[in-house]
Each structure stands twice: as structure tokens, then as C-alpha cells.
Design a protein around this ligand. Sequence first.
Ligand code: FES
Length: 145
Amino acid sequence: GAPVEVDIGKIEAGQKINVEWRGKPVWVLSRTPEQIKNLPKNDPKLVDPKSEVDQQPKYCQNENRSIKPQFLVAVGICTHLGCSPTFRPDLAPADLGPEWLGGFYCPCHGSKFDLAARVFKGVPAPKNLEIPPHKYLSDSRLLIG
Ligand code: FES
């Protein structure tokens, strides 16, 4: 499949857009400063907080799993059995509990991921979501693939 160019100039803070790349849904999320700041708080509860498993390019092997802390670019397919997790940026919702700092929830079997697409312990999904190869062509243009 060909790389896909995405206009990210109009994504508001806290907003996620969906793009199709190689037949897969890819999310581009513009994280707020608070969401970025909260990511390390999840570390003790995660399966692979440092992203040591090969689920991302080397340049995204960091706390934010991204090139720019603001933007998460992730394949929106659950690493359990392939459902598409829902975007749940809300803090402490009743169904996800008081410690929920925002993330993604898979409705199929309840897997949970944080806003860096890192999987929580104790759910069926074994690995963090995949980060696709990507690069920035400018401040407003992203190339996936
Ligand atoms: Fe997501 Fe099973 S497919 S939890």
C-alpha cells in the first residue's frame, strides 16, 4: 500500500481523527498537555510501559510512543482479536473506574489501553497497539507508511 498523507493542522487538542492506511484504521490523536503529563502515572499498571516489545518503530520507543509528544499515531486494532477499541478520553468514568486517565477501551472483551496506546495489565490483549511507520513533512502534514 501507498503511504497516506494527512492534514493534521486542524486537529484540536484532545481530538482524534481516523485515517485508513493499508486497509487498517489509523488514529491520529492530538493529546492535551494534561494528557501527556498523565501518561507516566499509568506505568505501574501497564504490561509494557517502556514499549520494549516490537510494536513501534525505534523512533517511537519512548514514554509517549511518538515522534512529537502531542501526537499519537496508532493502528486502531486491538492486539487481542482485532476489534477496534473506542476512544475514551474522559477522566474517571463510572464504567472504567476512578483511576482512569483517558485511553481506549475495547468493547469486545474489555481490553484497556492508555493514551499512548499501551495495554493495561489484567486484560486479554497481550501487547500495546501497533504504531505505524510515519514522519512529519511539515507542522501540518503527516505521512503514514
Ligand atoms: Fe479487544 Fe478482545 S478483541 S479485547
